[in-house]
Design a protein around this ligand. Sequence first.
Ligand code: ATP
Length: 334
Amino acid sequence: DRVISAGADTEEREIEAALRPRNLHDFVGQRRVRDQLSLVLEAARLRGRSADHVLLSGPPGLGKTTLSMIIAAEMNAPLRISSGPAIQHAGDLAAILSSLTEGEVLFLDEIHRMSRPAEEMLYMAMEDFRVDIVVGKGAGATAIPLELPPFTLVGATTRAGLLPGPLRDRFGFTGHLEFYGSDELELVLRRSAAMLDMQLNSAAFSEIASRSRGTPRIANRLLRRVRDWALVKGLEQVDARASSNALDMYEVDSRGLDRLDRGVLEALCLKFGGGPVGLSTLAIAVGEETETVEEVAEPYLVREGLLGRTPRGRIAMPAAWKHLGLSVPKDSPV
Ligand code: ATP
C-alpha cells in the first residue's frame, strides 16, 4: 500500500479514532463549513429539534467521518454508521431506518454508491420520516407505511456530482471540504504530535506538512512514520532533517509524490518527450494498470499542475520538468 494513499486500512482506523477531534472547536481548518455547520446545529438545538440533513462532499481523508461524529456529539445524539456499498437492497436500509431512535444521527459514507431502490426509499424517509415496507411479491404485494422518528442523515461522498438531483435537494445543508493548506496541516500535526507524545520543532512540522498532499489523514500517517524513525534512531527531538530523511526512506518526496507519481512523470518526460501520450501507453510504460494511473496517481498530479489531460493525451506541465530537475524543452506543448 502507498504511504501517501488517502484511504485508511483497518489498523489505521483504530489509530485515527484516537486522533480524531471530538468537537467543532478542535476541528482544524475548513472555516466556512465549520462556521455554517455550527450555525445549523445551534439553531436546531435552540428549536429543540434534530438538525437538518447534512451532505459532506470532498476527497477522502479530509474529515467527513470526523465531522459526522462531531455533529452527533454536538447534538448529544447517538451515531449510527453505515455506507452506500453496504446497502444493496431497500430492505437493508429499511432495517437501519426502522431501528433509529429519536434524534439519532445516521452517517452514510459513500452515499453515491447506494442501490437505486434504497435511494428511493431514502427520499421519503428524509422528507417525511416515513418508509413504505413492501410485503409480498407481484400482484399481491402491499406497502405498509412505517413512521420513523425524526433523525439527521449525514451523507458523505467523494463525488457530489454523481448524486442524483432529488437526493441532493433533500439535504438542508451541503458542505464541501477543500484540501488543507500547509498552515492548517501543521496545526493538525501539532495536535497529533502532542497526543502521541512526540517532540518536533517547527521546521519538522512544516517539512511533514509540505509532503502531506493537503490531507490530514496522510499528515497523521507520515507523522507516525517519522515517529518510528525517531524511535529507532533514538531521537528525542525531531527536526526537519530527521523528518525528511524518514520520509525520503518511504519514497515520499518534497511535494508528497511517491514512486508511482514520479514514475508517471518520468515516463511522460523522458520516454514521450512531455506528451501528448495516451493513458494506456503511459500505463504500460510504468508497468501499472490504466485505472491505477488514472485514479491513484493522476488526480494529485493534475491538482499540483504537474500533469495535464488533453483530448490528445496526457502532457507534462512545465512544473513537472522542473520537479524532476530537467529543463523544459523548447517544443513543450505548454
Ligand atoms: P474517508 O472518506 O476516506 O473515510 P474522511 O473524509 O471521512 O475520509 P476522516 O476519517 O474523518 O476522513 O479523517 C481522517 C483522519 O484525519 C482522522 O484521523 C482525523 O483525526 C484526521 N482529521 C481529518 N480532518 C481533521 C481536522 N480538520 N482536524 C484534525 N484532524 C483531522
